[in-house]
Design a protein around this ligand. Structure first.
Ligand SMILES: *Cc1c(COP(=O)(O)O)cnc(C)c1O
Length: 395
């Protein structure tokens, strides 16, 4: 299967208005997703929110099946929440800690995850250890294996960092976690929707992801996968009458499925849209998606690297659709603003989003150009042509 680029562009109204290379920020949604969201909002308008939810129950329930199919899980292992951070937090803050427990993590870690580690270290005397990298820049599975001891309670790793094309060896990490019997939480926020992410192949216990990035779902949506293996050991940090049942005056029972991580009130239209986005990805075929995204990103890296004064910063033996670069003599924010004026969307990655990585590599802010399968070679050329030239003196 290959992607029919004409068809996916015809499905994507935004393609007529912008060259969108901010898919790691928030993709252009296909009209199928937007229509599903708007249709549900219209139904709420006509009949009332509860009544609309009841009438559309099969559509919101479909989201669980579609996401389960996308990640190779069962539907009762999926929770729908507001975003990836809340999904990750609900998993992470369900763990219990004692002083001296260790968390093993990656240098590329996302700021919100690192902040939660630091908070937990302060509160509970937990030790946070960053696993070194191999020579390609990915987390070293050998180093991880060597760092395992009986104090390690959690391996929490980002699959694809927000700040570069690197893909961490999620399945290799999973093999170590399974061998050691350590809980494994994978931040798949940037990998979901652009590559195959199969929880059984990877061997993670918990996985968090967002709707709006490469999956092309609505904003304000995300999901958590929680393996049945660990579900019963995890009591969510917040419970409500959806996550648990008030069974007698002084008792409650937590739900027996992953929806214990949800709360009662939610964005029904968004859930429906998220399901449609997952189905859209499944229909295209995730391997075809990955092939096209990876191919376009490699083509872009090649073109950028050939431009004088442009440096590409992506690391890793395996790379994905996120391309990061700098232009000599130009602040990345100015580069992004210049592109934006030419109706080309990129974003800027700064140290505040992944401090451990930026500081260790001595990186300045980076222009992040993240491609999707609906982008074209012609759009890659337009990006390259719109970049400022290197700063020269006396010209
Ligand atoms: C964007 C991002 C998040 C946060 O996702 P939200 O949906 O904004 O909460 C987490 N991890 C990584 C690696 C990200 O890039």
């Amino acid at each position: 299967m290959t992607i029919d680029v004409g068809r996916v562009r015809a499905d994507t109204p935004g393609c007529e208005h912008v060259v969108h290379f901010n898919n790691a920020g928030s993709s252009l949604p296909p009209r199928q997703v937007t229509d599903a969201v708007v249709d549900h909002l219209r139904l709420e308008e006509r009949t009332g929110g509860y009544e609309a939810a009841a009438a559309a129950l099969d559509r919101s329930e479909r989201a669980y099946d579609a996401l389960a199919a996308l990640v190779g899980a069962d539907r009762d292992e999926i929770a729908l929440v507001e975003n990836a951070t809340r999904a990750w937090d609900m998993a992470f803050y369900s763990l219990s800690w004692k002083p001296g427990d260790r968390i093993l993590t990656s240098r590329a870690e996302y700021a919100s995850n690192a902040i939660a580690f630091l908070q937990t270290a302060r509160r509970h005397g937990v030790q946070v250890d960053v696993v070194p990298e191999d020579e390609t820049g990915a987390l070293s599975v050998d180093a991880l294996r060597d760092m395992i001891d009986e104090r390690v309670k959690l391996i929490a790793v980002t699959h694809v960092p927000t700040q570069g094309g690197l893909v961490n060896p999620a399945a290799g990490i999973g093999a170590v976690a399974r061998e050691a019997g350590v809980t494994y939480l994978l931040d798949a926020c940037q990998s979901i929707g652009q590559m195959r992410v199969d929880v059984r192949e990877i061997g993670c216990d918990l996985l968090s992801a967002t709707g709006r990035k490469f999956l092309r779902g609505p904003r304000g949506t995300g999901f958590l996968y929680c393996s049945r293996r660990v579900l019963d050991h995890l009591e969510p940090p917040f419970l409500d009458l959806h996550a648990a049942t008030w069974t007698s005056a002084d008792s409650y029972e937590v739900r027996g499925d992953a929806r214990r991580f949800e709360n009662w009130e939610g964005y029904v239209a968004g859930k429906i849209g998220l399901g449609v986005a997952a189905d859209y990805a499944l229909d295209l075929g995730i391997d075809a998606v990955e092939e096209r995204v990876t191919g376009l990103a490699e083509a872009l890296r090649g073109r950028l690297a050939a431009l004088p004064g442009v440096t590409v910063h992506d690391r890793g033996a395996r790379r994905c659709g996120i391309v990061t670069f700098t232009v000599d003599g130009h602040d990345s924010r100015d580069v992004a603003a210049r592109l934006s004026a030419a109706k080309i969307n990129v974003s800027v990655s700064a140290a505040s989003s992944a401090r451990w990585d930026f500081e260790a590599r001595g990186l300045p802010s980076l222009v992040r150009s993240s491609v999707h399968y609906y982008n074209t070679e012609d759009e890659l050329d337009r990006l390259c042509e719109a970049l400022p030239g290197p700063v020269t003196t006396g010209a």
